[in-house]
Design a protein around this ligand. Structure first.
Ligand code: SF4
Length: 358
């Protein structure tokens, strides 16, 4: 084992114990009259739509709610003009922080609001602009252009696409689409358009016993999508969460039965330094990543523990680690719109939990 790998294994073993908020640089910022410190690498996520045309057995969006014993049902501003006025107000306010921006859902490519959101984000020229999607709407034509063309035209930097397996039948078994399944053929077309427009595609693969589950499968995945020109791929361990709060038994069972531990995969990868060149480790407040080079591909491997979020925040209550703009107009330090509210919105056309049908 070389020195770099030894360093990897030390931090890998300790993870969150080694996360010390005081070691991170922050910027002062006032939200609603309250002084906060915003983590330098904080990201602003725009959670575009509350629904998704897939029903992945592992869905992280749902897990963030269900892992706290809550229902995944989100409120929203129903009037478009009111929604865009609120989004612009928040973007204007946060522009001095110049965060990275990530557009997400639900499934953002299926929202009719997306082209206008892309234009608005581009107008404020935040330093890094990313969209995360299951891919299914990227070739849909909206306002005279394919969604992928809107993304290119608005100079997004990264296009994150979730794809659990390179074999369509295995992928379709886990990513269960109601409509608009995103095929590998469409992926190839999208990758070409994105790369020729300077948008870098990044594929995200969740490691599962029923899917990609070992180094051999990882290599096949890398080779398959690498041949399309993809040079950035992330493999994720299923997120850990508070099991006692989880009431969705089919999901709980699926996650328990399908868990692949990255520690096991890493112990194999450590033995192949010529194949996987270790580059860097990143420790965040609830996640930990290792970055490797595999041929010309940047390969990231990430594990995260949702149950670590609240204890970390409790240690640093005035620190904002990330921000989420929710469909109901709230800006939060949380993926749940009634938690850690930084800027509350009480507009005219907000549909609340109680009168909205899932
Ligand atoms: S594509 Fe993403 S948001 Fe949609 S169900 Fe799957 S994990 Fe959830």
């Amino acid at each position: 084992m070389n020195t770099e790998q030894s360093k990897f294994s030390v931090l890998r073993g300790r993870r969150q114990e080694d996360f010390h908020v005081e070691n991170y640089t922050t910027k002062p910022f006032v939200f609603n009259g309250k002084q906060k410190s915003v983590y330098d690498n904080a990201n602003l996520s725009i959670f575009v739509n509350e629904s998704c045309n897939a029903n992945c057995k592992f869905c992280v969006d749902q897990l963030r709610f269900e892992g706290k014993g809550k229902m995944f049902v989100k409120g929203r501003i129903s009037d478009d003009e009111e929604y865009f006025a609120r989004l612009e107000e928040v973007l204007q306010m946060l522009r001095p922080l110049n965060t990275s921006i990530s557009i997400t859902g639900g499934e953002p490519t299926k929202s009719p609001r997306l082209p206008r959101i892309l234009r608005l984000v581009s107008k404020y020229n935040f330093r890094k602009r990313v969209i995360t999607t299951n891919g299914s709407g990227l070739l849909d034509v909206v306002a005279g252009k394919r969604i992928i063309d809107h993304i290119v035209e608005n100079e997004f930097h990264h296009l994150n696409i979730s794809k659990t397996h390179y074999l369509e039948n295995v992928n379709a078994e886990v990513m269960q689409f109601d409509n608009g399944y995103f095929t590998n053929e469409q992926m190839e077309e999208v990758v070409k358009i994105a790369m020729s427009g300077n948008v870098r595609p990044r594929l995200s693969c969740l490691l599962l016993k029923s899917g990609v589950h070992d180094v051999e499968g990882i290599v096949r995945y890398l080779d398959f999508f690498g041949a399309m020109g993809v040079d950035n791929i992330i493999f994720r361990e299923t997120m850990d969460y508070d099991r006692s709060a989880m009431h969705n038994l089919p999901k709980l069972r699926f996650l328990e039965e399908n868990k692949i531990l990255l520690n096991d995969v890493w112990s194999q990868i450590d033995l192949m330094p010529e194949k996987f060149k270790p580059i860097v480790q990143v420790l965040g407040y609830y996640y930990y990543c290792e970055v490797y080079k595999y041929q010309s591909i940047d390969m990231v491997m990430e594990s995260a523990n949702l149950a670590a979020i609240d204890p970390q925040k409790a240690k640093a209550p005035d620190t904002v680690f990330e921000m989420v703009f929710h469909p109901n107009g709230n800006l939060n330090g949380s993926w749940i719109e009634d938690e850690d509210v930084l800027l509350h919105y009480a507009g005219n056309s907000c549909i609340s939990y109680s009168n909205r049908i899932k």
